[in-house]
Ligand binder design. Structure first.
Ligand SMILES: Cc1ncc(C[n+]2csc(CCOP(=O)(O)OP(=O)(O)O)c2C)c(N)n1
Ligand SMILES: [Mg+2]
Length: 1025
């Protein structure tokens, strides 16, 4: 390299800068050299396959012709023409002695060698280098001048600059030291372009013309940032060859027919329901043929299941014309008198999902399409779609994503603005989260509600976020349907070839307001003046095909347009017969075998969740050993496993063992368990150690849970990216795919769930009510006031409880298996277990129930290691089950009438209370009762406890501040239990703004104070309630 630098210095000093690209000499390590030498050989030493060079950067030295020659010469002087040899010898001598250097050799190029003077030869080299640089400039920056905006008034990249290295006018040739007289000279093309088709040389004029066709027409290809040379070459091969964008007449007619359906569907809705919101697709009607092209091409490549997510814009059209939902089912949703048949509160029509299996007409193959229901919250559905797609791939053994894929459709403003898009992209290449390539389609109507792109994003394109994962981005003018079809086909091929994400940016416009009620002229007057003049794409394309003779007006208007209008009319008529809306018909993830044909649970009971002693012993043994031979364990981990072994011998379990028992036993029963979240493999608190790491061998791991039984279900435990919104959404989607799984997401600390609040508020809490679909996702949220400061203390139980839908003021009717009925009626289950055995029972119950509900678990931190918080194997033995409430243990229960106070509590504070009660010798006078299941509230069990201690005053004690924790939830329910005849006194921390103090001493003082109150038996005497 130093030699090259010396040579470079000489060339520069001789005014040969143009031969050296910026940073010249910086691109080559040894590997790079041999590649370059190979390519040089192909020019001069007879035919050999061109070897790829690193295309990742425009400044790469690899494209420097002189450099190529030089490395080839360095390797072996006979690799190059003798004139180059002479040149380099002289140059090298000059580098050492600073002697005079001749110009570069003259006989450089086939057909151009001759008796040239040194200056003529120099010009030839310079010109070739210039042309190569020019080609590269188009590949990198051509998209900036592509004609992407159908309106012709906006810049898709928000900037009207024209890169100085693109030949938009003849005088720009001067940038390269070329002029008009060079236009008809012939140049050899580098192997990094395919514009030549079968030709290896072309006149400059033709080179520029072809580059403009490929890169500056209606498609802007943004890909040169991709690090892989192979992938860049692949993309060049799809856009550069002359005639790359070719369509047969049949393909054109199909495209036209699809455009007819897309356009006439919106027209029909507009005619029938002119004042209804539908978020029409007008201005981007091409979305429908675009999606169909992606689906056809993917089906041809072997895909048979596609999971889709999309926002409001054009959703009804996608349901009708892509998923093929019956039109009358869509139309009847516009009827205000339609009554809801199913339980739940339902959702507006443009949020509902759908699942449909059909034959793909183009490929004749069966295809399942599902469009996920989603909330209004833009982009929130992205990770959910990915999780569901991943789960389908996993359960089908589709480890490469060759059968199942996802498509995400986005709006331009949301794609650029919503952080979850970035979080979702970052899952795309992670082994336990990848779906092996998603096709993203952006409906880029160059507006977000009333906001212009210039004030909505700081990046040139709305799609720039995709660059972080090296996804190619195809910007395309949506008024050129064939260009759109081409990029869609390429995108589908890209996905099936490389199994990586790809983005299609449909640069379009929005013909009307944000919705059909909005007046866009208030805020975008000029844009909308132009839009009013804009002919719709169907008209433009049909005119084009008629003028090309592909169809006639008669062929187009009658069979296509009139036929589809008739279909719509008939569906409209039959939709009037629909009196009842079945949300069930809009289910995106049916579980046909799990429920009855009517979608009901097959029973309303839950079997006991206890386990055989042998199973407990077997799991305990595996949890405390390494199933692989010669595995070098860390001594600290060995100690932990030894500790577990001791516990197992004593038939005891701590929290980690309790979790092991739950997971292990479910795996034995064929239930897949997946635990995901930040650092879950080891566990934030270093208690879990589900993945063991060999201390000597790189990347040798062991997951003992997968060595329990030969025929067990698989266990997946995976550290996630540092995202809550994205990862929780993903796991929620994963849990949608199958009821026969326990899918858990663990927050590092419980409070971090608030950055995933949207998933909790929009999907988990109301998901069943809105979309009649069950979901058994489990949230493990470490929680507890342990002096760790305002953060890391509270998982905010109050938030979950506030969203629980069980009525605080109505004492429920006890019928059948009350526990199960109550669970069936609730929107989610909120628990805080105080023992490992109960934790295990609860996780098992989650899967053994005949339906699925989200489960929110506040999990312990210090209890993980507290000896008092261990369970005996007896508590998990056959016949035992989950305890929603743990009654008092000890003397108070023997003499309940003597008890003066009953303290109800939940979670860790129980142990502090129990310790204090013992110290104060109040075990006969104070009963401690634990609520393990907080919501739905165990009215039945609380009532019997209250009746048992009928002389006692009732206290709710919590370690959280009064305006937080559980108090606001439990208080009205306790009052309902006692029919408002008795108070339930509060003991705990005072109200506060922050969840916990940052001062350890204050923390301990607060604890002391409320402990004193808890056991001061006179403190509430005489108080009114
Ligand atoms: C997270 C979120 N914030 C705000 C909104 C309100 N909102 C609905 S549509 C919209 C504009 C979306 O623009 P774009 O993504 O470009 O889609 P378009 O409507 O143009 O198709 C906004 C701000 C929302 N639905 N979700
Ligand atoms: Mg928009």
């Amino acid at each position: 390299m130093s030699q090259f630098r010396a040579l470079a210095g000489i060339l520069r000093s001789r005014g040969w800068q143009c031969l050296l690209l910026p940073g010249g000499g910086g691109g080559g390590g040894p590997a790079c050299r041999s590649v370059l030498a190979g390519s040089a050989r192909s020019c001069f030493a007879g035919p050999s396959a061109p070897t790829a060079v690193n295309s990742s950067s425009s400044t790469s030295s690899s494209s420097s012709y002189v450099e190529e020659m030089y490395f080839a010469w360095l390797e072996d002087p006979t690799n190059v023409h003798e004139s180059w040899d002479t040149f380099f010898r002289h140059a090298q001598a000059g580098a050492v002695s600073d002697g005079a250097v001749e110009g570069p050799p003259s006989a450089l190029l086939q057909g151009r060698a001759g008796h040239q003077t040194p200056s003529m030869a120099r010009k030839v080299v310079e010109d070739h280098l210039a042309v190569h640089t020019l080609i590269r400039a188009y590949q990198i920056r051509g998209h900036h001048v592509a004609q992407l905006d159908p309106l012709g008034i906006l810049e898709a990249d928000l900037d009207c600059f024209v890169p100085s290295d693109l030949i938009t006018t003849i005088d720009k040739l001067g940038f390269y030291g070329l002029d008009e007289s060079d236009l008809d000279k012939t140049f050899r093309l580098p192997f990094t372009t395919f514009i030549g088709g079968g030709d290896t040389t072309l006149p400059l004029r033709e080179i520029i013309r072809r580059l403009e066709t490929s890169y500056c027409g209606h498609v802007g290809v943004e890909f040169m940032f991709i690090n892989s040379v192979e992938q860049c070459q692949w993309i060049r091969g799809k856009f550069e060859p002359p005639g790359a964008m070719h369509f047969t007449s049949a393909e054109k007619r199909t495209l036209l027919a699809r455009l007819v359906r897309s356009t006439r569907f919106e027209d029909f809705l507009a005619r029938k329901w002119s004042s209804e919101k539908r978020f029409g697709l007008e201005g981007c009607e091409v979305l429908i043929p675009a999606l169909k092209m992606i689906i056809d091409s993917s089906s041809a490549a072997g895909i048979d299941s596609i999971i889709m997510g999309m926002p409001h814009r054009g959703r009804l059209n996608v349901l009708a014309n892509v998923i093929r939902k019956e039109l009358n089912q869509i139309f009847c949703q516009f009827d205000p008198k339609l009554e809801a048949a199913d339980e739940g509160s339902g959702d507006v029509k443009y949020h509902l999902g759908m699942y449909h299996e059909r034959i793909n007409r183009e490929t004749d193959k069966t295809l399942t399409l599902s469009l996920m229901a989603n909330p209004s919250h833009l982009e929130a559905v992205d990770p959910v779609v990915q999780g569901k797609a991943k789960a389908e791939q996993f359960y089908r053994g589709d480890s490469q994503g060759k059968k199942v894929m996802s498509i995400l459709i986005h709006g331009d403003a949301a794609f650029a603005g919503q952080g979850v898009v970035y979080e979702t992209f970052h899952l795309s290449e992670l082994p336990s989260y990848t779906t092996h390539g998603t096709i993203h389609v952006v409906v880029n109507n160059q507006i977000g509600f009333t906001t212009d792109p210039r004030v909505a994003r700081s990046s040139p394109y709305p799609t720039d976020v995709a660059r972080v994962v090296n996804a190619p981005i195809f910007h395309v003018n949506a008024d050129d349907p064939e260009a759109v079809m081409h990029v869609c086909r390429v995108a589908a091929e890209w996905r099936s070839t490389f199994n990586k994400d790809v983005v299609i940016d449909l640069v379009s416009y929005r013909r009307f307001g944000h919705n059909e009620m909005d007046e866009p002229m208030f805020t975008q007057p000029l844009m909308y003046k132009q839009i009013r003049r804009q002919e719709d794409v169907l008209k433009k394309y049909s005119d084009k095909l008629i003028s090309e003779g592909v169809v006639t007006l008669q062929e187009f208007e009658v069979p296509e347009v009139a036929k589809y209008d008739k279909i719509c009319e008939e569906a409209y008529t039959s939709s009037k017969d629909e009196k009842i809306s079945h949300i069930r018909h809009w289910l995106d993830s049916p579980w046909p075998d799990f429920f009855t044909a009517e979608g009901e649970p097959k029973s309303m009971s839950c079997p006991p969740t206890g386990l055989e002693e042998g199973v407990l012993q077997h799991i305990g043994l595996t949890a405390s050993s390494v199933p692989l031979e010669g595995f070098n364990l860390h001594p600290g981990v060995s100690r932990i496993l030894r500790g577990r072994s001791e516990l197992v011998k004593a038939r005891q379990m701590d929290w980690a063992l309790g979790e092991y028992m739950a997971f292990g036993s479910l795996l034995q029963e064929g239930v897949h368990v997946r635990l995901s979240g930040q650092d879950v493999e080891r566990g934030t608190f270093s208690h879990r150690h589900h993945v063991l790491h060999d201390q000597e061998v790189d990347r040798r791991f062991c997951v003992p849970m997968n060595h329990l039984w030969s025929d067990q279900a698989p266990y997946t435990v995976c550290n996630s990216s540092l995202s809550e919104y994205g990862v929780l959404g993903f796991e929620l989607g994963f849990a949608m795919a199958s009821p026969n799984a326990l899918v858990l997401w663990e927050a590092q600390f419980g409070d971090f769930h608030n950055t995933a609040q949207c998933i909790i508020d929009q999907f988990i809490s109301p998901g069943q009510a809105k979309w009649v679909r069950n979901n058994g996702i489990v949230l493990l949220l470490p929680h507890g006031m342990e002096g760790m400061g305002p953060e890391h203390s509270s998982a905010r139980p109050e938030r979950f409880l506030q969203m629980s839908k069980d009525d605080p003021d109505r004492f429920p009717e006890f019928r059948g298996d009350f526990e199960v009925h109550q669970l069936f009626d609730c929107n989610w289950v909120v628990v805080n277990c105080s023992t490992p055995a109960n934790f295990c029972h609860m996780l098992r119950r989650q899967v053994l129930l005949p339906f699925r509900k989200p489960l929110i678990v506040f999990t312990p931190k210090s209890l993980l290691r507290l000896p008092d918080a261990r369970s005996s194997f007896d508590e998990l033995s056959k016949g035992t089950r989950f305890k929603r409430l743990i009654p008092n243990e000890g003397p108070a229960s023997e003499n309940p009438q003597q008890v003066k106070r009953v303290i109800f509590c939940t979670g860790k504070v129980y142990y502090e209370l129990a310790r204090e009660r013992k110290v104060l010798n109040l075990e006969g006078e104070v009963a401690l009762i634990r609520l393990e299941q907080i919501s739905p509230f165990p009215f039945d069990l609380v009532r019997s406890e209250v009746e048992r201690y009928s002389n006692a005053e009732l206290v709710w004690c919590q370690e959280e501040h009064k305006n937080m924790g559980y108090y606001d939830y439990v208080r009205p329910r306790f009052l309902t239990v006692v029919a408002n005849q008795k108070p339930i006194w509060y003991v705990g921390r005072d109200p506060a703004a922050a969840p916990a103090t940052g001062n350890k001493a204050t923390h301990l003082n607060e604890l002391r104070r409320f402990m004193d109150t808890a056991f001061n038996l006179g403190v509430f005497q005489g108080r009114k309630f």
